[in-house]
Design a protein around this ligand. Sequence first.
Ligand SMILES: [Zn+2]
Length: 370
Amino acid sequence: MNLDHYIEELKTLVNVDCGTQTLEGVARVADIIESLWQREGWHTEQVNLGDNVGPGVFVSNKPQAEQFDVLLVGHLDTVFPAGTVACRPMRQDATRLYGPGVSDMKSGLLNILWAMRGLDAKDKERLAIAVAMNPDEETGSVWSHEWIGELAKRSRCVLVCEAARADGSLVKSRKGMAGYHLTFSGVAAHAGNEPEKGRSAITALARSILAINALADLDKGTTLNVGVIHGGSAANVVAESAIAELDVRFWENDEYDRVHHALNALCEKGFFEGVTTSLTRVNHKPAMAASEATQALMKQVEAAGREEGIPITWQAVGGGSDANHTAALGIPTLDGLGPVGAGFHSPTEWLDIASIEPRIRLLRRVISMR
Ligand SMILES: [Zn+2]
């Protein structure tokens, strides 16, 4: 393959500020990737997912197919704010590429394109292949997971092309996650003159954190993290309001049910007399576990790896992706079918140049074995 050509195309995707909230940037990336697919003669369409996010992009060789042999999934957005590209555009050294979203996951999007560019004409004729690229994965796919879910239900399997791990491993399971906001409403009062008339939302918040932490079960990998707190207005005022933002992670969906019910019960009861607590779930991704059907798919990927001379290893990882949603629908789903990278969501994010070509071959082989 022409690696320089690949890197040129990658640069056009990386050097656009396209954090989930930068809607025009996400739309720009959608336009770029759509036109690359159009040049290959594939059917493409942009999908309106509402005014809060950029467009999705759907690509297929057989858009009218009742069932797709494979659904390939990637996301157009990054976590980086506007201005990031000006500070650190894509750059390269002898072995790695760097830049915002270079491995999470602009190169994954491009690997799908390159894998299909080299697909045997007979396979392209025989198989029904769909690609879904969503604009809001980094904020939990709130506006796109139903769209991807509907496509997944029409598909025999789902391959999410997030980057492979730094050691080359693919991803067979992912923790589930849920985000909550806790809002505490107390009674304001002068802290010197009449503190007894106040009910401190901050006191309630402080107590809640200890109760929330106690819901963790480290043996099972269930963790709760209050990562953000806000509250109060001045040191001499009993705080009227406070907010806590909570992140919950779990390997088992039963564990999540336990935590969800316990949180609701705790908040209903309240943490401090006179302060009410309201609990809002802001996002939720079920845990992705390797079902029997998924294990069969793993065997196929391992066979494809043997044919391509690429050793296949697997990891279970704590971060969520769109794979969580499609796996929860019962569709065999694997992840990490992009090139190798690490440092996601940070300025050190990198992509291993030597992994680009073999991982394109691997993805193409997995698809042609369907
Ligand atoms: Zn990603």
